[in-house]
Ligand binder design. Sequence first.
Ligand SMILES: CC(C)(COP(=O)(O)OP(=O)(O)OC[C@H]1O[C@@H](n2cnc3c(N)ncnc32)[C@H](O)[C@@H]1OP(=O)(O)O)[C@@H](O)C(=O)NCCC(=O)NCCS
Length: 171
Amino acid sequence: MEPSTIVRQAELGDINDIIKINRLCLPENYSFDFFYRILTEFGFACAVGIEDGKVLGYLLSRVERPFSTFIGLNPAKGHVISIAVLPENRRKGLGVKIMKYGIQKLIENNVETIYLEVRVSNIAAVEMYKKLGFYVKREFKHYYRDGESAYVMEWGQKQANEEIEEEKSLL
Ligand SMILES: CC(C)(COP(=O)(O)OP(=O)(O)OC[C@H]1O[C@@H](n2cnc3c(N)ncnc32)[C@H](O)[C@@H]1OP(=O)(O)O)[C@@H](O)C(=O)NCCC(=O)NCCS
């Protein structure tokens, strides 16, 4: 990744670039309205990687608040909806940088757990998520339209803190 590559919050003005990258990189595509809604409601948790004014990658994520009658019983969760980096810009650290930005923003919005779905064959993404501290929570059989299964991967604030403590005690 060039030193001039920056990661910042995604804005509505980035929507067409984000849609282009999504269509180029992933079979899971969404309507313009869906992108618009996510960027409007959860723009704080969405990011783009930019170099020389060009969008090279994006992250869409949102905060989900499961309904519960009891306060605190169902805490808000972060959901990584979609992430992609243009093919020619991969393996330079941008995916991780964009994800770290999103994780930080979700934490700042009181999220302690973040989850996502990923195709079981998507080694690059699964490895990147593992590198970031996500673990495979379960497998969803035939989750995608073409019949492929998904891993549901999860990242937890508590677990991340425990790992930091463990690393400290090994020093
Ligand atoms: C997944 C994706 C976003 C990663 O972006 P990236 O900018 O290449 O990621 P990074 O350079 O930050 O790589 C981080 C780590 O992920 C893992 N990784 C990335 N690409 C990999 C590959 N092709 N094979 C194995 N591991 C890979 C490695 O552990 C890598 O660290 P390393 O380079 O130090 O070994 C990118 O491959 C992509 O856009 N794929 C298509 C869209 C997609 O699948 N999105 C996820 C949907 S759930």
